[in-house]
Design a protein. Structure first.
Length: 331
């Protein structure tokens, strides 16, 4: 058992064994308390609900690792979804073919990338704080979206989009496959590329990283551009899932993405973070939400539980840090 724990910790991060153990505990507890919890229908529901939150969390992950933040992820996703919606409606709405969808998706990803690139350029070359820059972008995108839609919804899309939002391949939900692909790409990016190494270095010490010869300004710009691209993917998925687009859709998910990152062991000050623990943390949060829902708990209670989780994680990290500091002295 110890060998398995060590291998998991080395391969995916020290947080993985503990998160898997906690996930198993949650499954057992809710399996006993809620008769309908350990059913294929419930796990299918979790599999369809998880991806949009998961992709938005990936969009938040790299900025945090670099020591920054992206408060504009929700509205970037919404603006990308609006872009696709406008293109589909321009080409006939429900009668629009596949080519307009491809063209609209490319434009949507371009909008997301442009939003992230603007933030990255301001942060990197002007030196403004990421929270202030992303807050300004969030306000701008929200206002622009409200102006373009007059505060209403845009709906009426081609039926084939249901495959992306609600379809399955060999029993596996298409949204979950999309999230899996995005998670693998992010994992490779962070662990196997110079950009991932540079992002961690910037989060640890940006001045030392500059002295080491890494182009920190270019790296920061790319970090937020990629975050915007991932937001656009989430926006396209949300459009397909709900068959409508509305400015502000998913606002409650912003803080949950931050919680998932911290629960997955990402350092809030930057410099460290892995994809696999964050994905497991997302599963834990979604399973908790589903279990509480089956027990008849109010949705706001789930939010309260998530907040307690964040406090508990900070306390446990503090305790673990104190333990590691004292341990060498005992020897």
């Amino acid at each position: 058992m110890t060998v398995l724990y060590t291998r998991l910790a080395r391969a995916f991060g020290a947080e993985v064994p503990g998160l898997l153990g906690f996930l198993a505990l949650v499954l057992v507890v809710f399996g006993i308390m809620a008769p309908n919890f350990l059913t294929a229908a419930n796990f299918g529901s979790i599999a369809f609900q998880l991806p949009e939150l998961g992709i938005l969390t990936l969009a938040m992950l790299i900025p945090i690792i670099s020591g920054g933040f992206n408060l504009a992820i929700i509205y970037t996703a919404n603006m990308a979804g609006l872009t696709l919606a406008f293109v589909l409606n321009l080409y006939g709405g429900p009668e629009a073919g596949v080519l307009p969808f491809v063209f609209g998706s490319v434009l949507a990803i371009g909008v997301g990338a442009a939003s992230g690139a603007v933030m990255g350029l301001v942060i990197a070359y002007i030196g403004a704080h990421p929270i202030l820059v992303s807050l300004a972008m969030m306000i701008f995108l929200r206002g622009l979206g409200e102006f373009l839609t007059k505060g209403g919804d845009i709906s009426g899309f081609p039926p084939y989009l249901a495959v992306l939002g609600h379809g399955s391949v060999l029993g596996v939900p298409v949204p979950l496959i999309l999230f899996g692909v995005c998670a693998v790409v992010w994992h490779v990016l962070l662990t196997r590329t110079r950009h991932g190494f540079a992002a961690r270095m910037i989060g640890s010490n940006i001045r030392a990283t500059t002295y080491a010869g890494i182009h920190t300004k270019r790296t920061l710009t790319l970090i937020y551009t990629l975050s915007g691209v991932m937001c656009a993917v989430a926006g396209i998925l949300m459009l397909a899932r709900f068959n409508s687009v509305r400015v502000g859709h998913g606002e409650a998910l912003l803080l949950v993405t931050v919680l998932a990152c911290f629960l997955g062991g990402v350092d809030p000050f930057g410099g460290f973070g892995r994809v696999v623990p964050v994905v497991i943390a997302l599963v834990v949060l979604q399973v908790l939400s589903s279990g509480l829902n089956l027990l008849g708990a109010n949705q706001h209670l789930s939010t309260a539980v998530w907040g307690l989780f964040l406090i508990a994680v900070m306390v446990l990290r503090w305790g673990a840090g104190r333990y590691r500091q004292r341990k060498p002295g005992k020897g």
